[in-house]
Structures are given as structure tokens and as C-alpha cells.
Design a protein around this ligand. Structure first.
Ligand SMILES: [Ca+2]
Ligand SMILES: [Ca+2]
Length: 415
């Protein structure tokens, strides 16, 4: 790796201090191996410590402004920097060392840094402290592509620690830690009405204590993977709206005050479809999974081998059409189906008992006997004396076509 310290480096500061910083930073980078991302490597390193200015923000901005068209790494040395409202160019790798902290100045709502209409950039190894400034977001990325946000720490961001919006594609948010970050902590939010964000991975992030709408939020997005993330003590775990071709896999969501995973829709959106959820663990939330809001179209949703256990009200509130295969829930009582197009196969409770929601007479088979019971009670409503809640398989307080439809979907299923 060639390291060039160019004439853009300002040496007006104490020369000996500067040399030490350069040495430390270069040493650190050498340990990392090479400075490359998205298959590009940058030979130019710009050390922000070498810049003078009235404020840390001014110094950092000067360093960022010095990135040439061919790209550079902007090193931010160990220490506390007070800055926000920075902007960066394409081909900029912003890199901290261990102990690089950027603190939000009080009472300024601007994000720390904005990338708008940029490509090929990264933010690596920086701690961002939002100082709990209301409405202040962290990293704002608009209309950009080919970028990575990796190995950073975000604390006390009260709105969108990371917000990705407009048309964005080919990016990764990986190995970041979020502590006390609220209001859609990781917020991938395309343009309402279309799925304008595509081809992304959100992996191995840890979100702790996002009690006020803390979550991984995906809206107006497609072709994405959300994998191996941990959300603890948020309001939600993973929230979606108007998404397609999304894989949600092996995430662990615990102790959220509302929905572990939700699939929201709104009128005017194209709805959500082609969503696969596999091997997630959702426990001790208020509700494990639900649509939560909206009645617009959802289709081709499948859930396999997930654990929805010990959630307070319900493990699964199936108010959306989906295929549930081989999942584990706490008990049959923690499942509520209110959508007639739910297919429920091979799911068990924590004691290994099959949960067969259309098995009205509890004989581990779904057949004519179950249809017979529903037919006999057809038209009954909850207030009537002949009411039998077992026949109300689509749990809406009436025994009607919807219950027959759900049994028909499962007809022939045996334990
Ligand atoms: Ca039966
Ligand atoms: Ca019913």
C-alpha cells in the first residue's frame, strides 16, 4: 500500500504532534491491512488533524473538501471532535481510529454528515454521539450508491442514527452498534409510492435500548437482506412498509415494547410481497409478528423455522396472508389468525406439540369432521348460547365462510 501525504496537508499545527498522529494512524491502518472498499482502494490519506479552523467542524469539512476526484481516505484521529452538518464527496472513506468520537454540538438539528448524490464511499470505525439533541439525525444518505457503513458506534441519537433515502442502491450497513438511539434507528426509507432503494444488506448490527420507536425500518425498498442483527429493548425490532424481495434471517429480537416484526401497508403504496423470514428469534416482545397497520396488499410472505416465543400478548397475530412452516410458538393460545389466506404447516409449541389452528375437534387431523362442526354452527356469533370458540378458527367472533375457507386451505393436513 502506498501512502501519500500530499501538499494539501496543513502543517500549521505543531509539527511534532502532527508527525505523531500521522505515525499512529498509519500504523493503525497497516494493521487493518489495506484501505479499500467496494473493490476500490485509495492511496491518498488525508489526516483531519492536520487542518486548522475555528471549530472541529471547520477542520473536518476542510479535510473532506480536499478529497480529489480519484478519491481518498479521510482519517479522523483519536479524540473527541465536536461537529455536525458536514458534507462529503464521492470516493471518500471516512475512517476513525480506536477512540475517534464525533459529538453533536448542542441544539443544532443538522445530521453529522450528509452524502447526497454520491457514490463509492464509506464510514468506518467512528463513534457518533448525538448528545440526545432532539431531531438531530446521524448519517444522512440521499440518492447515492455503492457505500458501506461499517464498524461504527452510535449513541444517544434521537432520530435516525442512519437515514438512507431517495434512490439509493448497493450498500451495506454492517457491524455497527447503536445504544440509546430512537426514532427509526436504522431508517431505510425510499420514495413513497415506489421502491426506490434497492440491493442492500443490513448485517450484524446491535441495537440496544431504542425505546422510542427504535427499530430497523425498511420502507419503499427492494432486494435487501437483513441478517444476524440483534435488537434488544427497542419499541420494535424490524418494521417494514412497501417492500419486495426481502430476506429477514437469523435476527434476534428481544424485549421490545411493541411488535417484534411488523409488515405495515398504506393505501397508495404498492404493498409488500416476496418476503422470507427464516430462523429469527423473537421473544418477550408485546406481539411477535403482525401486520400492525394498513390493509393494503401483502402476498408471498413465508416464515420458516422462526421462534416466536414468550411474547406477552401474542406470538403470531396473523392479520396478513402468509405461509408459516415449522415455526415454534409458546402455545396455541399465543396464535391468532384473522386472515383467511394463512397457511400454517408443521408449526409446534415449545413442548413439541403440533399447533393446528384449523383442527376444530382437536383430533390432529383437518378433515370433514372439522368442516361439519363449523357448518353446524354456521352463522353463530359470540353472544349466542351455542357459541363454540373452537369453530371460530378465523378469530373474528362469527362463524362463517371465512372459517370454512381457512379449514379448506388446511384440508388433509395430519399431525
Ligand atoms: Ca380435526
Ligand atoms: Ca370466524
Amino acid at each position: 500500500m502506498i501512502i501519500l501525504l500530499t501538499s494539501t496537508v496543513n502543517t500549521a499545527n505543531s509539527p511534532s504532534d502532527s508527525c505523531t498522529l500521522i505515525h499512529e494512524d498509519v500504523h493503525h491502518l497497516t494493521l487493518l491491512g489495506s484501505i479499500s472498499h467496494q473493490n476500490e482502494s485509495y492511496d491518498l490519506i488525508i489526516n483531519a488533524s492536520q487542518y486548522t479552523g475555528e471549530t472541529d467542524g471547520e477542520r473536518l469539512q476542510k479535510a473532506l473538501d480536499d478529497v480529489p476526484p480519484e478519491g481518498a481516505v479521510v482519517l479522523i484521529s483519536k479524540g473527541v471532535w465536536s461537529a455536525c452538518n458536514l458534507t462529503a464527496k464521492s470516493k471518500t472513506v471516512i475512517m476513525g481510529t480506536d477512540g475517534t468520537i464525533i459529538k453533536h454540538p448542542n441544539n443544532i438539528e443538522a445530521p453529522f454528515i450528509t452524502f447526497q448524490n454520491r457514490s463509492n464511499f464509506a464510514i468506518i470505525n467512528v463513534t457518533f454521539d448525538g448528545q440526545s439533541v432532539p431531531e438531530a439525525s446521524g448519517i444522512l444518505i440521499l440518492g447515492s450508491k455503492q457505500f458501506q457503513i461499517v464498524n461504527n458506534t452510535f449513541v444517544n441519537l434521537k432520530r435516525n442514527a442512519i437515514r438512507i433515502s431517495e434512490n439509493c442502491e448497493n450498500f451495506t450497513i454492517e457491524n455497527n452498534m447503536f445504544l440509546n438511539c430512537d426514532n427509526a434507528t436504522i431508517c431505510i426509507f425510499g420514495s413513497p409510492g415506489s421502491r426506490s432503494i434497492r440491493s442492500f444488506t443490513v448485517a450484524n448490527n446491535v441495537l440496544i435500548n431504542g425505546s422510542n420507536n427504535g427499530k430497523i425500518g425498511l420502507a419503499f425498498a427492494e432486494n435487501g437482506t437483513v441478517i444476524n442483527n440483534v435488537v434488544v429493548s427497542g419499541e420494535y425490532g424490524i418494521g417494514t412498509r412497501c417492500v419486495s424481495n426481502i430476506l429477514i434471517k437469523r435476527n434476534s429480537i428481544e424485549n421490545c415494547s411493541s411488535y417484534g416484526i411488523y409488515l405495515g401497508t398504506q393505501l397508495g403504496d404498492p404493498g409488500s410481497n416476496e418476503i422470507e423470514m427464516e430462523e429469527n428469534y423473537i421473544a418477550n416482545c408485546k406481539v411477535g409478528i403482525s401486520r400492525y397497520y394498513g390493509s393494503y396488499s401483502i402476498y408471498n410472505v413465508s416464515l420458516r423455522n422462526n421462534y416466536f416465543v414468550f411474547n406477552q400478548l401474542l406470538d403470531i397475530y396473523a392479520d396478513f396472508p402468509a405461509t408459516f412452516i415449522n415455526n415454534t410458538i409458546t402455545s396455541a393460545e399465543k396464535l391468532k389468525i384473522v386472515n383467511t389466506a394463512v397457511k400454517f404447516i408443521g408449526n409446534k409449541d415449545i413442548n413439541g406439540q403440533l399447533v393446528l389452528p384449523a383442527d376444530v375437534n382437536d383430533d390432529q387431523k383437518i378433515d370433514m369432521w372439522d368442516i361439519g362442526i363449523v357448518a353446524r354452527l354456521y352463522g353463530a356469533s359470540k353472544e349466542q348460547v351455542n357459541w363454540d370458540s373452537r369453530a371460530d378458527v378465523v378469530e373474528d367472533g362469527v362463524i362463517d365462510m371465512r372459517d370454512l375457507a381457512l379449514i379448506a386451505i388446511h384440508y388433509g393436513v395430519y399431525a
